[in-house]
Design a protein around this ligand. Sequence first.
Ligand code: FES
Ligand code: FES
Length: 206
Amino acid sequence: MTGSASQIGGALSRRTFLTSTAVPAVGLSLLDRVRGETVPAEATLDPRQPVPLDLHVNGHGYRLALDVRTSLLDALREHIGLTGTKKGCDHGQCGACTVLMNGKRVLSCLTFAAMAQGHEFTTIEGMTASDGTLHPMQQAFIDHDAFQCGYCTPGQIVSAVACVQEGHAKSDAEIREFMSGNLCRCACYPNIVDAIKDAKAKMKES
Ligand code: FES
Ligand code: FES
């Protein structure tokens, strides 16, 4: 049989092969970084064993114990409880999971939580002021009706804030280009561009 996920007759399945080779290698490398230790090459660590992690999100510190393979997206949603960041494709293709790392856009579905230590993250929840005042970009999305179902909206807003801060919102074409990593199945693109232009002026004022 060719092209199958597993082989018959005692041969290794793909899952068994990955578990016994690639995954421990990745796990060891990440554990080295996380713990700052040198692990003997012959050591056999179980990558499923939780490792301690400290994450900084929206000005708060969180101490977690996670499987080293946990994505930042899952850490935010499942372990910290910040569910504003959305999981769309989980493969780096839709932008729904966009968060800011030290002010720069990153896809949290493609970022290991273990590699997020030492950085400051901002999610959609962190855009709102402590007194409940919305960020100018959040308000502009409302004012310009820049969403329908809203599933892509947290990622759009986070990405839009960075787009303006990067200086990549000087024209409609530039906004479209630098927001092209954030897909909207409801096709609210014209309204999103209008919202970003509006918020850009207000962000300068604030
Ligand atoms: S969920 Fe991360 S890019 Fe789609
Ligand atoms: S508002 Fe529905 S996917 Fe963008």
